[in-house]
Design a binder for this molecule. Structure first.
Ligand code: CA
Length: 229
């Protein structure tokens, strides 16, 4: 299997070098572009698994590049690297078709986690054919949107059901609060990660035999949650 290919769009030479070294060491095949016209050209003609896109660039900005590559039909996942980090930038970036964003300066571990999440998401086939999932004494019927525990109907809100579905579809994977927030709530809602914790607590109350010692929706310390079915 060939290594995942990344396009790094960044104009700061030091950062380009550091990121390229580290990403290469992590097994990625990295190509870089240091100005907007080159970035646009490379992003539309090359074949990449993900694009890391700085916002402030010589000759243009990341938002315009993002919009243009999407208009040209490029579906490659895009992670915006923004130095500004205001909410407005995040929202603008995502509306223009970016998949995620990271505020500079960022930890390398955080960048690597985001890239992995992007690649995992884009590799996920469109909704699996699973119509019924069973774990413990719980049965989830996706078609009828019904959950039963030991044969008794459990009332879930639409959001709880969506969250449960996401957990089941990603069973065994450690899911960060941010990922859950983005995937289950969507970028436009902008609730806080605390919202995720609250909904997980509700799900545990309804599904777990002992919500204090959950056996299905586990806590991954410092990150988020993991569903084990
Ligand atoms: Ca820059």
């Amino acid at each position: 299997m060939s290594p995942p290919r990344l396009l790094l769009v960044e104009d700061e030479p030091g950062l380009v070098m550091t990121l390229t070294d580290r990403l290469t060491a992590e097994g990625y095949d990295v190509e870089s572009a240091t100005d907007a016209p080159t970035a646009l050209e490379t992003a539309t003609t090359g074949k990449f698994d993900a694009i890391l896109l700085d916002v402030m660039l010589p000759g243009g900005n990341g938002f315009d590049i993002c919009r243009t590559v999407r208009q040209r039909g490029v579906q490659t996942p895009i992670l915006m690297l923004t130095a500004r980090g205001q909410v407005v930038d995040r929202v603008v970036g995502l509306k223009l078709g970016a998949d995620d964003y990271l505020v500079k300066p960022f930890e390398m571990a955080e960048l690597l986690a985001r890239i992995e999440a992007l690649l995992r998401r884009s590799a996920t086939p469109p909704q699996p054919a699973t119509e019924v999932a069973r774990f413990g004494d719980i049965t989830v019927d996706f078609r009828r949107a019904e959950v039963t525990k030991s044969g008794t109907l459990v009332e879930l809100s639409a959001r709880e059901f969506k969250l449960l579905r996401y957990f089941i579809d990603h069973a065994g994977a450690a899911l960060s609060r941010d990922e859950l927030l983005n995937e289950v709530w969507g970028y436009n809602a902008m609730p806080t990660t605390r919202t995720v914790d609250v909904h997980v607590a509700w799900l545990r109350q309804k599904l777990e035999d002992n919500p204090r010692h959950p056996q299905f929706i586990l806590t991954v310390h410092g990150l988020g949650y993991k569903f084990v079915g």
